[in-house]
Design a protein around this ligand. Structure first.
Ligand code: RI2
Length: 326
């Protein structure tokens, strides 16, 4: 933070730290937390001029934006909330931010519900889904299928390195869904028992590529080879507007300690010293559209190649710089 940056509300600092450490994680949950933090910053601001208030909100937006690069739900949330900052006085600006933050949060919940109902229509009574990582959008499809009275079972991939498959397993068990937990390496073997691969997304590019937890692309290739349809549950908040103008999505590289402990590293290196060993820990990968059967959003399901039409409709009129930039 530079000398001139305004002081940030503790909710913003806390949310930023929790997003970076993945205490708060999952694209939709991150977006919700960012909106909440901006609302707290606005509500408690003691800025004495509209300029000071705007500067404070932009600084809060920048702090939240710099936490993780890949899930577009985060900048999409910041844009939505900060574009609500309209008016002449501090109190009008404050009201604009707080109202748009809460509206954003309501729409997020609604979108996930609607998406779930659409995704549930793809699941038949007795189907088995194979999941990767933990996605609230994907789980919403299972939840709505259960609400429709269908029996659904799940094969849950552990999802190294952070084992977020355990969160999925816990949620599914809470709903009394039978769960078979497998390590990632076992996925191909168990695809023969699956009727769908069901995953979420952190970002969807204009060409229909799906950016999701590392391992999704390998799973999709194997599923295609096995003839198992791949369904991506992603509300429109996951559509990446910058990819319409040729930008690519940055893939987050996380700390090597998520993969290898210091003791494990010492064992590998033995007497040789640490020079020759490199650990890479990409958090996400890109699944090309040809391996995806359907992208399920709250606006309906789309073949990946046609998602750009929806993106033009949603983002077509968005021009200019980012609202958190000076
Ligand atoms: P929902 C997660 O990323 C997973 O990749 C998951 O598929 C995606 O976010 C979407 O999650 P991370 O934050 O928005 O765990 O569907 O790295 O909950």
């Amino acid at each position: 933070m530079s000398q001139t940056d305004p002081e940030l509300h503790e909710s913003v600092e806390e949310a930023a730290a929790d997003i970076a450490s993945m205490e708060i994680r999952g694209a939709a949950t991150i977006a919700d937390a960012a909106a909440e933090a901006l609302a707290a910053q606005a509500e408690d601001s003691d800025a004495d001029s509209p300029e000071a208030f705007r500067a404070e909100m932009r600084a809060a937006g920048r702090r939240l934006r710099e936490t993780r690069p890949t899930a577009v739900s985060l900048p999409n949330a910041l844009r939505y909330v900060l574009r609500g900052m309209a008016g002449e006085t501090v109190s009008e600006l404050r009201e604009g931010v707080v109202e748009s933050a809460h509206e954003f949060q309501r729409e997020l919940d609604q979108a996930q519900d609607n998406l779930g109902r659409i995704g549930a229509n793809r699941l038949r009574d007795g189907d088995t889904v194979m999941t990767h990582c933990h996605s609230t959008d994907a789980l919403s499809c299972v939840e709505k299928a259960l609400d429709q009275g269908k029996d659904v079972s799940a094969i849950v991939k552990e999802t190294r390195p952070r084992k977020q498959g355990h969160i999925t397993a816990e949620q599914l068990r809470e709903w009394d869904v039978p769960v078979t937990l497998v390590v990632d390496n076992a996925a191909r073997r168990y695809l023969d028992d699956a009727d769908h691969v069901l995953v979420g997304a952190d970002s969807i590019a204009a060409d229909g590529s799906v950016i999701n937890k590392i391992g999704t692309s390998g799973l999709a290739v194997n599923a295609r080879e096995r003839g198992v349809p791949i369904m991506v549950a992603a509300q429109t908040l996951k559509l990446h507007p910058d990819t319409m103008t040729g930008h690519t999505v940055e893939i987050e590289m996380r700390d090597e300690r998520e993969v290898l402990t210091e003791a494990e590293e010492r064992d590998i290196n033995g007497d040789l010293g640490g020079e020759g060993l490199t650990v890479e820990n990409p958090a996400f990968d890109v699944t090309p559209p040809r391996y995806v059967d359907a992208i399920v959003t709250e606006r309906g399901q789309f073949p990946p190649e046609s998602i750009v039409t929806l993106m033009r409709e949603l983002f077509g009129d968005q021009q200019g710089g980012e609202p958190w930039e000076e």
